[in-house]
Ligand binder design. Structure first.
Ligand code: F6P
Length: 547
């Protein structure tokens, strides 16, 4: 389907180009603009008023979303239609957390399969936490979750964010990178007798995961023997046969399915490490939070839908105002993994320049998503956010009630969040210390803050499983809505394949077992350099002293 005409939106963008953001906010005495751009769902509050938008531009965005068919696309996704058209698959992550909810219209068989798997997940997590003897295991102190991309980022984020919500569960470690540093560290730090290893891979063909899986399996076997090692090995995969071939018994493999994309999968059996870390009840609350956002997304009118609003703002900033990146700054150390999670969610989903019709998308698509925790970030790159030559919209995410008693720290943290959003918008106006009159005009220019820089504020009442579920489902649906606005497929990722293929060709050459004739000249030169400088190759080649 051709994209709707962008001209009205482009006209609004041109009209608003010289507009003061602070002026737009200040002129809203009656609160109509805030009514349009501020919303709450349960413990999640979303404020988009610091975006360069007024009522006519907002209406034009809503009209564009309507014309792009957001309603129909949402309904198709929630009905299990094959919205991932390049792979002819559904995208049923919402079904994973739907329970019996009528907002996801799928058949009873799929619903039953999902609930049976979630029940197995809950039972296994509870057994590992409370009764490992039932599996013939001693008390489990540590779990190593091996996976990468969507088989790592979601569970890692949820465990880091919510670990306090559980009590007495094993420590959960995440092993993703093929770099052996972390695998070697875990092997020397953990006791194999009280460690369980979970391999998470939808395909069970991901090189990094299989390599790390072998390292940990062999480590268990070397210490405990094969039988005891096998008893400590679990897997989550859509490819049960491959997991079995690797050595995980079928009864210790939890299934996932083609209709769940990797980056949308933390709600499936991929969430096993989460349930182990915070308990099965906590995991159920995480799903319940996401379900509340799903129901809202399914039912709310476009203008009232928080995911649609968030999507429209991102689309506006990227495709109309031309902002090439977006910075995500959670003011909570527990959410440190959120920027990385959103990087995959948004950039792997919408990092496409060709639409589902095979034609080039006539607009710039996904921005670069990056960021890190505040207030640390303020002492690293906020200089550029305030005074750099590019405007970078920022998502500021805060938690109102901390889970500790250090009230002064928390007050300072929230003050920083609020202060940054205000400073980005206002710049150095009169009466602001940074704007004090400076005799030297060159110095004054360097001290000047231009302001007019947009930000979004998201506040959670507390960082509970439910609130995290709401937050992640908000971003998931916003990502999907943007894919509709751009006309791309949010659920495939062909762009990751070529690099994997080339690495597969280079690895034998690096081991000197294969020819490098097929490789490009730069790769050949780099290979030669690496070979000549390897510890096993260069001892004799080092120049002797005085040479
Ligand atoms: O390389 C990208 C990717 O396919 C992601 O989409 C996915 O989340 C990740 O690799 C891991 O894949 P798997 O779960 O199949 O190991």
């Amino acid at each position: 389907m051709a994209l709707p005409d962008i001209t009205p939106l482009a006209q609004h963008a041109a009209r608003l180009a010289g507009q003061s953001l602070a002026g737009l906010v200040a002129d809203d005495a009656a609160g109509a603009r805030a009514g349009m751009l501020v919303g709450r769902l349960g413990p999640l509050y979303l404020d988009l008023t610091r975006q360069l938008l007024d009522a006519p531009a907002w209406q034009a965005l809503l009209d564009y979303a309507d014309a792009a068919g957001v309603d129909a696309a949402r309904d198709a996704m929630l009905a299990g239609a094959p919205v991932n058209r390049s792979e002819n698959r559904a995208a049923l992550h919402a079904a994973l957390r739907a329970g019996d909810g009528g907002h996801v219209r799928i058949g009873a068989a799929v619903r039953d399969e999902i609930s049976a798997t979630l029940a197995r997940l809950a039972a296994l997590a509870t057994t590992l936490r409370e009764a490992p003897r039932d599996l013939g295991l001693p008390r489990i102190t540590d779990v190593v979750s091996i996976g990468i991309g969507g088989s790592d980022l979601g569970p890692r984020l949820a465990c880091q964010s919510l670990a306090r919500a559980g009590s007495g569960g094993p420590r959960v470690h995440f092993l993703a990178n093929v770099d052996g540093c972390e695998a070697a560290r875990l092997c020397s730090a953990l006791d194999p007798a009280s460690t369980v290893v979970i391999l998470i891979s939808k395909s069970f063909g991901t090189r990094e995961t299989l390599l790390n899986g072998r390292v940990m399996r062999d480590w268990l076997a070397a210490a405990l023997g094969r039988e005891q090692a096998d008893a400590r090995l679990f897997a989550v995969s859509a490819n049960v046969a491959a997991a079995q071939a690797f050595g995980v018994a079928p009864e210790r493999v939890l299934p996932m399915w083609d209709f769940v994309g990797g980056r949308y999968s933390l709600w499936s059996a991929v969430g096993l490490p989460i349930a182990i870390a915070i308990g099965a009840d906590g995991f159920a609350q995480l799903l319940a939070g996401a379900r509340a956002m799903d129901e809202h997304f399914a039912e709310a009118a476009l203008a009232d839908s928080l995911p649609v609003r968030l999507a429209l703002v991102g689309f506006w900033n990227r495709s109309l105002l031309g902002h090439a990146s977006r910075c995500v700054v959670p003011y909570d150390d527990r959410l440190a993994a959120l920027p990385g999670y959103l990087q995959q969610l948004e950039m792997e989903s919408n990092g496409k320049r060709v639409g589902v019709d095979g034609q080039p998308v006539p607009l710039p698509t996904v921005p670069v998503v990056w960021g890190s925790v505040g207030s640390n970030a303020q002492h690293a790159y906020f200089q550029a956010l305030h005074q750099g030559s590019d405007i970078v919209p920022v998502d500021l995410i805060g938690v109102i009630q901390p889970d500790h008693d250090l009230a002064d720290n928390h007050r300072a943290l929230l003050a920083n969040l609020l202060g940054q959003g205000a400073a980005l918008m206002l710049g150095s106006g009169d009466g602001d210390g940074a704007g004090d009159a400076v005799a030297d005009t060159a110095l004054a220019a360097q001290k000047h803050f231009p302001g007019n820089r947009p930000s979004t504020t998201i506040l959670l009442d507390r960082l509970t499983p439910q609130a995290l579920g709401l937050l992640l489902a908000l971003y998931e649906h916003a990502t999907f809505v943007q894919s509709v606005l751009w006309g791309v497929n949010a659920f495939d990722q062909w762009g990751v394949e070529l690099g994997k293929t080339l690495a597969g060709r280079i690895e034998p050459a690096l081991a000197q077992a294969g020819s490098d004739d097929e490789l490009d000249p730069v790769t050949r030169r780099l290979l030669a350099e690496i070979r000549s400088r390897r510890a096993d190759a260069n001892v004799a080649a080092e120049p002797s002293s005085g040479a």
